[in-house]
Design a binder for this molecule. Structure first.
Ligand SMILES: *Cc1c(COP(=O)(O)O)cnc(C)c1O
Length: 349
C-alpha cells in the first residue's frame, strides 16, 4: 500500500495553505524598494507592534536578517559573542566575517542550550589594542528545539547591557519558544513572544519555518537600527519589489499559525513516545517541534540501513547517528504514528 510521504526533515518544507494562497492573491502590491508596497509596510508594522519594537524590516531569509543585524550592531574589527551551535555562527557561511569583517567569539553551550554567564563575562574583551572590540551578544531561542529558560534570557541580556553590548536574538523559532513558554506560565503565546523579544535590542523571526509561509523573515529593532539594516539589506541584494505577496503570506501566518504550533509540539512528543523503549535508540525529550534521536551501541553500525528503510517507506529525516525529526503544519498524528511504526519495524524485523 502506498502512503503519502512524511517529510520530517524540517519545518521549512510546508506548502502554503489554500487560505494563505488566497491572502497572497488578494494582497495589494506596490514596489517595496520605493517603500510603497502596502502589504510589506503592513507586515512590518504588525510584527514590530507584536514584539514591542518601533520598526521592522522584511527580508527574504533568516540568514539575511541575522547578517543585517550583526552588521547593524557591529563595525569592522568588532566581535560578537555567540554559541558554537548558533545558526548565525555555524550555519550561515560565516557571512558576518566575510561581508562585515566582524569576528565571532563562539562559546560552548551548556546542556540546556544556554551560554554560561561566567563564560560570557570572561569572553568580553577589555578596551585594549590587542583585542577586537566586543560589541554584541547573539542568542538563539529556540536553539535546536530547546526553549532557553526565561530567567536565563533576562540575566544574560542584563549582563550584556551592563557591559555595554548590543543584544540580538535569532528568533527564527521565537513563536515555538513563546508557545512552549506560555504552556509553562499559563500565559498566551503573543505575550510570551513579546516578553522574550523585549530582552533584546533586535530580534529576527522566520515566517517560513513553523509558521508555514513560503518565504521571508523579519528583523525588528529601533528606527535607527532598522535604517542601518535597510542599507545592509540593499547591499546584500535583499531589496525586493512586489514582495507584498510574500508579506501577505507572513501576515496570514501571524494571524492563523501561531497558537497552532502547540499541535506541532504535541506531535513531536507523540513521536518521542512512539519511539520510546526501542533498544538501540536514545530519544531526547522534545521541548518544542524538534526531536533528536541518537543511535546507540550496535545500532550505530546500522544507521545507513535505517535511513534507507525510512526512505523506502516514505519517511524523511536528517542526520546519521543523531536523527532529527521536525514536526510542522503538513503532518498529522497518523503520519507520526506511521513514522514511529516504520522505525519500530526496522528494529523488530
Ligand atoms: C532557519 C534558521 C535561520 C535562517 O534560515 P534561512 O534558511 O536563511 O531562512 C536562522 N536561524 C535559525 C535558528 C534557523 O533555524
Amino acid at each position: 500500500m502506498m502512503h503519502k510521504p512524511v517529510d520530517l526533515r524540517s519545518d521549512t518544507v510546508t506548502q502554503p495553505t489554500a487560505a494563505m494562497r488566497a491572502a497572497m492573491q488578494a494582497a495589494p502590491l506596490g514596489d517595496d524598494v520605493f517603500g510603497d508596497d502596502p502589504s510589506v509596510n503592513a507586515l512590518q508594522e504588525k510584527i514590530a507592534a507584536l514584539l514591542g519594537f518601533e520598526a521592522a524590516l522584511f527580508v527574504p531569509t533568516g540568514t539575511q536578517g541575522n547578517l543585517c543585524a550583526i552588521l547593524g550592531h557591529c563595525q569592522r574589527g568588532d566581535e560578537y559573542i555567540v554559541g558554537q551551535q548558533a545558526h548565525c555562527y555555524r550555519w550561515e557561511g560565516g557571512g558576518a566575517a566575510v561581508f562585515g569583517s566582524v569576528q565571532p567569539q563562539p562559546l560552548n553551550h551548556q546542556p540546556d542550550g544556554t551560554l554560561a554567564l561566567g563564560d560570557i563575562e570572561a569572553a568580553i574583551k577589555p578596551d585594549d589594542a590587542h583585542f577586537a572590540r566586543t560589541r554584541l551578544l547573539a542568542l538563539e531561542n529556540t536553539l535546536g528545539g530547546k526553549l532557553l529558560p526565561f530567567d536565563y534570557v533576562e540575566q544574560a541580556t542584563q549582563l550584556a547591557q551592563d557591559r555595554g553590548l548590543g543584544r540580538h536574538l535569532d528568533g527564527a523559532r521565537l513563536f515555538n519558544a513563546a508557545v512552549a513558554q506560555a504552556a509553562q506560565t499559563g500565559s498566551d503565546a503573543f505575550t510570551e513572544a513579546r516578553r522574550i523579544a523585549q530582552c533584546f535590542d533586535s530580534v529576527s523571526v522566520c515566517f517560513s519555518k513553523g509558521l508555514g509561509a513560503p518565504v521571508g523573515s523579519a528583523l525588528c529593532g529601533s528606527p535607527g537600527f532598522i535604517a542601518r539594516a535597510h542599507r545592509i539589506r540593499k547591499m546584500a541584494g535583499g531589496g525586493m519589489r512586489q514582495s507584498g505577496m510574500l508579506a501577505a503570506a507572513a501576515a496570514h501566518a501571524l494571524d492563523h499559525h501561531v497558537v497552532r504550533l502547540a499541535q506541532d509540539h504535541a506531535l513531536a512528543q507523540r513521536l518521542a513516545d512512539g519511539l520510546a523503549g526501542i533498544d538501540g535508540l536514545r530519544v531526547e525529550a522534545p521541548q518544542t517541534n524538534i526531536l533528536f534521536v541518537d543511535l546507540t551501541g550496535a545500532a550505530k553500525a546500522r544507521s545507513a540501513d535505517l535511513l534507507r528503510h525510512l526512505a523506502d517507506n516514505g519517511i524523511q529525516a536528517t542526520g546519521l547517528y543523531r536523527l532529527r525529526f521536525v514536526t510542522h503544519l503538513d503532518v498529522d498524528a497518523a503520519d507520526i504514528d506511521r513514522a514511529a511504526a516504520v522505525v519500530r519495524q526496522f528494529f523488530n524485523g
